[in-house]
Design a binder for this molecule. Structure first.
Ligand code: 13P
Length: 247
């Protein structure tokens, strides 16, 4: 049985004051969660959040990393740098990076490799746009995105986490139905099984307008092993409620 993971993606939100209040609120209400919990914070706040989360059960995550190891790459943050701040997980290939920063499947695969080489778990995000879904291309798109990471990372693939985030469901209030989500998760599971004998331990998260009201039903699906939560991860009560649904 895979233990579930609820990961918050703060995106470009927060401030020193807001982060402190959010994390203190979460820690006060968390108790002993039945699932793994992590928060992926903006890089500039890693040191602050590392200090606030020290000794807690909430893991620290980042939202992106460089595909390069080190050197003249102005503005970039390396896997080794993230590691120095206690980062355990990092998002790679989020649709907002693919869409607004033109990240390719090949770059996403390189980033996953950099994270793995530093002992950081990459949370590999895949997902189709509305136009791709309407054209019947959902399976083809998510399989292509995941295949790039599988081919570049070989036997390490059992160390990744996958997040299925249909682009049309992100920040829109539209959630994939439980059937739509489970169907894509099963496709991804089959692809992982073909690549690794340890595929059954890989967590596949759902993301896209997950909230306190819909989390339990999504998390009850056989291949949905957790959530990657955006907006609802910024509100203490909502995030705690989603975590409780993953029990
Ligand atoms: P929302 O939960 O705000 O739709 O965001 C989902 C997401 O992109 C998490 O990475």
């Amino acid at each position: 049985m895979r233990k579930k993971l609820i990961a918050g993606n703060w995106k470009m939100n927060g401030s020193l004051a807001a982060n402190e209040s959010l994390l203190k609120g979460l820690l006060a209400g968390l108790g002993s969660p039945a699932c793994h919990v992590s928060v992926c914070v903006p890089s500039v706040y890693l040191a602050q959040c590392q200090a606030l989360l020290a000794g807690s059960t909430i893991n620290l995550g980042a939202q992106d990393l460089s595909q390069h190891e080190a050197g003249a790459f102005t503005g970039e943050v390396s896997a080794a740098m993230l590691r120095e701040f206690g980062v355990r997980q990092v998002l790679v290939g989020h649709s907002e990076r693919r869409q607004y920063h033109f990240e390719t499947d090949a770059q996403v695969a390189l980033k996953a490799g950099r994270a793995l080489a530093c002992g950081i778990t990459p949370i590999v995000c895949v997902g189709e746009t509305l136009a791709e879904r309407e054209a019947g291309k959902t399976d083809e798109v998510v399989k292509r995105q995941l295949a790039a990471v599988i081919h570049a990372n070989g036997h390490c693939i059992s160390e990744i986490v996958v997040a299925y985030e249909p682009v049309w469901a992100i920040g829109t209030g539209k959630t994939a139905s439980t059937e739509q989500a489970q169907q894509v998760h099963a496709v991804l599971r089959a692809q992982l099984r073909a690549a690794s004998e340890h595929a059954d331990r890989i967590q596949i998260l759902y993301g896209g307008s997950m909230n306190a009201a819909n989390a339990a039903q999504l998390l009850a699906q056989p291949d949905i092993d957790g959530g990657l939560v955006g907006g609802a991860a910024l509100k203490v009560a909502d995030f705690l409620s989603i975590i409780a649904s993953a029990g």
